[in-house]
Design a protein around this ligand. Structure first.
Ligand SMILES: Nc1ncnc2c1ncn2[C@@H]1O[C@H](COP(=O)(O)OP(=O)(O)O)[C@@H](O)[C@H]1O
Ligand SMILES: [Mg+2]
Length: 366
């Protein structure tokens, strides 16, 4: 087992696409980290460089204390489970799993023992004699994972491993993969574009966008202290609302006045100092849909904004409101019991302790 360390890693493809830019990331020994980001942000490129299938354009990569840049894939002891399972159809499940051990001339009794052990762990012992064509997606996925794990890798990589499974299988495999990690204690990176997967399985999440690492942390850190608008909008469902505003001092009160004049709210005390220090002339006020409340009784005008209902849907456990504030539409998660119709006037309270501020010029968190 080993720590994986990426130092100033770049990947530039022939033709000039910069898929990964100055990536610095340490995955601790035994850690389960999720690499999360939208399609095309450089996740697969990163994994392929780690496993050795893609050359590193610049930077240094260490597994344990070994510099691995120039090592062949089979010298790195990294295993990658693909999003497509790539099983060999003519071979039985057992032979598919045993394949790489045979290629490395591992003695027969040891092969048998190691295949049985991972098969047991992944609950596929009873299908070892079958052929891939006879199996369902969930089973093929397990075989693909077994084939990677049987090599006893120092670092275990999974690229969108659940993307071909249906919803029920996915939620089942999420639990399984987490258990598997707990059992093997292997340094693991899961690549996904699905925040739910990242949150459900990983100990820390690394968020990427356009080839650049944005933030690394636990879900709580990333959710509560996003470093910029991209991360703030990417983590959390429905996504955070952003409302452009200008900070102004008026009669000793520190206010945020909407760019379109549609609201005036008080800057929460906890943000005074940071906002002043930032020197931001214009900000985006970030508020998550679950932190916007529909209030019947106005209480504090400087915590509330006036809005007009665009749509309201009752979705069983919660209500989802889209409301127009000036020139913007905001989303709010409400009680499902509200009765709201299109064009109704509503007051929305922004929970002051839940407001995020971003510098509109840089989109960085204040
Ligand atoms: N072999 C390649 N040659 C040229 N460009 C590539 C190659 N592989 C990926 N890319 C480009 O690199 C960027 C990152 O791709 P990728 O790492 O596959 O992202 P992700 O896995 O996050 O969807 C994309 O713009 C993609 O088109
Ligand atoms: Mg990919």
């Amino acid at each position: 087992m080993a720590e994986l360390r990426l130092e100033h890693i770049y990947k530039t493809y022939k033709g000039g696409v910069e898929a990964v830019k100055d990536l610095n990331l340490t995955v601790r020994d035994g850690e389960f980290l999720a690499l999360l980001g939208p399609s095309g942000c450089g996740k697969t490129s990163t994994l392929r460089m780690i496993v050795g299938l893609e050359e590193i354009t610049r930077g240094e990569m260490y597994i344990g204390n070994r510099l691995v840049n120039k090592l062949e894939p089979n010298q790195r002891n990294v295993a990658l489970a693909f999003e497509t399972y790539a099983l060999y159809p003519p071979l039985s499940v057992f032979d598919n799993i045993a394949f790489c051990l045979r290629a490395r001339s591992v003695p027969k009794p040891e092969i048998s023992q190691r295949v049985k052990q991972v098969a047991d762990m992944l609950d596929i012992t009873d299908i070892l004699d079958r052929k891939p064509a006879e199996l369902g997606g969930g089973q093929k996925q397990r075989i693909s994972l077994a084939r990677a794990l049987v090599r006893d890798p120092d670092v275990f990589l999974m690229d969108e491993p659940l993307s071909h499974l249906d919803a029920a299988q996915r939620s089942h495999m999420r639990v399984e993969l987490k258990r598997l990690h707990a059992q093997t204690g292997r340094t693991t990176i899961l690549v996904t574009h699905d925040q739910l997967e990242a949150v459900a399985m990983a100990q820390r999440i690394a968020v990427m966008n356009f080839g650049v690492l944005q933030q690394v942390g636990t879900f709580d850190e990333i959710y509560n202290r996003p470093v910029n608008e991209f991360v703030a909008g990417f983590i959390g469902e429905p996504p955070m609302n952003f409302l452009p505003a200008t900070p102004v001092r008026e009669d000793g009160t520190f206010l945020l006045v909407a760019a379109d004049n549609s609201f005036r709210i008080r800057v929460p005390e906890s943000l005074h100092e940071r906002l002043e220090r930032s020197g931001a002339k214009k900000v985006d006020v970030g508020i998550r849909p679950i932190h916007l409340e529909v209030v019947d009784q106005p209480a504090d005008a400087l915590e509330e904004i006036d809005a007009t209902v665009a749509t309201f849907e009752s979705l069983g456990e919660e209500g989802q409101l889209a409301a127009v504030v000036g020139t913007q539409t905001v989303l709010a998660v409400t009680s499902p019991l509200l009765r709201l119709d299109r064009s109704d006037a509503v007051k929305l309270r922004l929970r002051p302790d839940r407001i995020h501020l971003f510098d509109a010029a840089t989109q960085a968190a204040i």
